[in-house]
Design a protein around this ligand. Structure first.
Ligand SMILES: Nc1ncnc2c1ncn2[C@@H]1O[C@H](COP(=O)(O)OP(=O)(O)OP(=O)(O)O)[C@@H](O)[C@H]1O
Ligand SMILES: [Mg+2]
Length: 335
């Protein structure tokens, strides 16, 4: 493995990022009929790097993830994952073999878990290794048990999906993806179908994976997770990657007006209580008086140690800007 070096420019990420490139995407385009969904996106991801992809509904985030592991057939462009290179749009025998190899190298976790309902947790995790990787059953069971223990489900190994909570199901799904020894984990809004009190347990497993050096691309609007774990946040809009950088830059000093506008929408919509405390209101609403002080919201709730505490609820970056500033202090940019 290539030598590791500290994450560039991100004070947030706890792990290290190697020089080895795990994902190299060039000029990726995807059409659904006449609908041009990916309009030429490029992305390089280094070993151990955590990328968080954000953007409005319909901007192409899921399509991008699904093209990476060929759940969708990309129209043109090039994808290289774990050393396997595919020129999209060709369909010969080599293409099919390489696509199969790339699929084997990617673990994917979906919003809706996608577990087999008639199999228990252990069987859900062993299915891929036994059928696809041809692992011996006993070895696959041992590995599944170790993975289920790691995600905190040692006492639920023989439970069926219908007997598990949403958070537990999603942790089984993560263990199932990890059982294939992926070089890359793709997460498509893994917590958005969960009740708020179950989100934290899934994010914790994802934080652990990141800390162990797993390379990850995560579509998520859990801002606190992104602030703490992402090496890079990528803002996607209308089929393009508009802006990217460490969370301290993209959340606290977004450059493009589309990013600013989106953040102003997403915070009040996804995390209204915290947004109110920060004095962030929706774009079309009246903005509070900028002279009222950055940490004083319209409800008069000044930020303090108590309401900065981590909870199971979705978090937003209450602190962590390079100088401790709040994200998008109201009224300081034109929208
Ligand atoms: N299988 C499909 N067939 C046809 N069109 C599709 C298909 N999947 C996605 N699209 C279209 O591609 C565009 C991007 O959809 P996509 O699901 O990638 O957006 P998204 O950014 O993930 O949105 P959301 O935040 O709502 O999940 C949309 O216009 C959608 O209708
Ligand atoms: Mg989506």
């Amino acid at each position: 493995m290539a030598a590791s070096e500290p994450t560039a420019a991100s004070g947030a990420a706890q792990h290290t990022v190697g020089r080895e490139i795990v994902v190299d995407v060039k000029e990726l385009q995807k059409y659904f009929g006449r609908n041009h969904v990916l309009k030429g996106v490029d992305l390089q991801v280094h070993k151990g790097e955590v990328i968080v992809l954000i953007g409005p509904s319909g901007s192409g985030k899921s399509t991008f993830l699904r093209c990476l592991n060929f759940l969708e057939d990309p129209t043109t462009g090039e994808i290289e994952i774990g050393g396997v290179h595919v020129v999209c749009g060709s369909h010969g025998g080599t293409f099919k073999k390489d696509v199969h190899q790339i699929r084997m190298k990617c673990g994917m976790v979906f919003q809706e878990f996608n577990l087999f309902p008639h199999k228990d947790a252990t069987e859900n995790v062993t299915e891929g290794p036994i059928l696809v990787k041809r692992d011996k059953k006993e070895a696959a069971i041992q590995k599944a048990q170790a993975l289920l223990t790691k995600v905190g489900l040692a006492d639920r190994m023989d439970f069926f999906p219908s007997q598990l909570s949403g958070g537990q199901k999603q942790r089984v799904a993560i263990a199932r993806a990890m059982a294939m020894d992926p070089v890359l984990m793709l997460f498509d809004e893994p917590t958005s179908a969960l009740d708020p009190e179950l989100i934290g347990e899934v994010l914790k497993v994802m934080r652990d994976l990141a800390a162990q050096g797993m390379t990850m691309i995560v579509v998520s609007h859990e801002m606190g997770f992104s602030r703490d774990v992402a090496d890079r946040v990528v803002y996607m809009d209308d089929g393009y990657f508009i802006e990217q950088g460490p969370p301290s830059e993209v959340f606290f000093h977004p450059k493009d007006d589309r990013t600013k506008r989106f953040l102003r929408h997403i915070l009040p919509e996804k995390e209204p209580e915290h947004a109110k405390e920060l004095g962030i209101v929706e774009v079309d609403q009246e903005l509070p008086d900028p002279d009222a002080g950055l940490l004083q919201g319209p409800v008069g709730g000044a930020l303090n140690e108590d309401n900065l505490a981590d909870t199971a609820m979705p978090e937003i970056p209450l602190s962590g800007g390079p100088s401790g500033e709040t994200p998008l202090p109201p009224g300081n940019e034109e929208l």
